[in-house]
Design a protein around this ligand. Structure first.
Ligand SMILES: Nc1ncnc2c1ncn2[C@@H]1O[C@H](COP(=O)(O)OP(=O)(O)O)[C@@H](O)[C@H]1O
Ligand SMILES: [Mg+2]
Length: 244
């Protein structure tokens, strides 16, 4: 793996100083010791937001980002079946956005699942923040240090060059060839790391694993492969429509 980003070890339980709580080193097992932080996420650190998460700069480490769940419901605010279902969905998105992303990333490093593994951007762990628990991930950046542009932005702004197109086609082939599940691949979950520099490459920053209640893609190879091939066909179609 060539792009791990620097680890957040120095942020481990900054507020918890006792030897007992320093269990991340493997010495002892204190409560909450595998959760980094606490981190204070000021408004100025907010980089972007998606439908489900806020994406913050890490307050101390520019190589990291913190992804925090955007609540869809206010606790105890509504009653009835509809409200109950919304609340279950909210809880599911919260847990899947942290625990599943981390678990699927760990699973992807179990063995060599092919060249696509080099392009799955690292997840570093879980951090306690003043906005709730967050997921710590390596930041993919462009040559100037901004967040790397998404594939959607590059398509919309007609910034795909022949070499970018080649790299993208290679990546989606690797996705299909690998046995891994990518249930939520879309144009926002692929970004061009190093954009504008000499070492550009597309990487996957989200969408690994499945995020459905019933993990049909993980259970059934044919479902998984069909979904990945569908995504590849979509990318090729978009490229053709853009004359690429
Ligand atoms: N590791 C990362 N490096 C660079 N940009 C990222 C990274 N993670 C997320 N982003 C940006 O934030 C957006 C939303 O993040 P994402 O994890 O895809 O949220 P969601 O789960 O809601 O889809 C992405 O489309 C991308 O633009
Ligand atoms: Mg996404």
């Amino acid at each position: 793996m060539s792009n791990q980003g620097s680890g957040p070890a120095e942020h481990v339980n900054a507020a918890a100083g006792s030897d007992k709580e320093r269990s991340i080193t493997g010495e002892t097992k204190g409560p909450g010791a595998l959760v980094f932080g606490p981190l204070s996420l000021a408004e100025g650190l907010l980089l972007t937001r998606s439908k489900t998460r806020y994406i913050y700069k890490h307050p101390n480490d520019p190589s990291l980002l913190v992804k925090v769940h955007i609540p869809r419901v206010q606790a105890g605010s509504q009653k009835g079946l509809k409200a109950r279902l919304e609340s279950l969905k909210d809880r599911f998105l919260y847990t899947s956005g942290i625990e599943r992303d981390l678990r699927h990333f760990i699973a992807s490093r179990y063995q060599d699942y092919g060249p696509v593994c080099q392009r799955i951007w690292p997840v570093h762990g879980v951090a306690q923040t003043d906005m709730g628990l967050g997921l710590l991930v390596a930041a993919a950046r462009d040559e100037q240090g901004h967040l790397a542009p998404t594939l959607r932005t590059l398509l919309d702004e007609k910034r795909l060059t022949p070499s970018r197109v080649n790299d993208l086609k290679m990546l989606v082939d690797w996705v299909v060839e690998s046995p891994l599940t990518f249930a939520d691949l879309n144009l926002e979950n692929i970004v061009l790391e190093g954009a504008g520099g000499g070492l550009e490459r597309f990487v996957i920053i989200d969408g690994l694993g499945d995020r459905t209640w019933i993990p049909t893609q993980r259970w059934f190879r044919w479902v998984r492969q069909a979904k990945k091939k569908e995504f590849r066909a979509k990318v090729h179609r978009y490229l053709e429509e853009s004359g690429l």
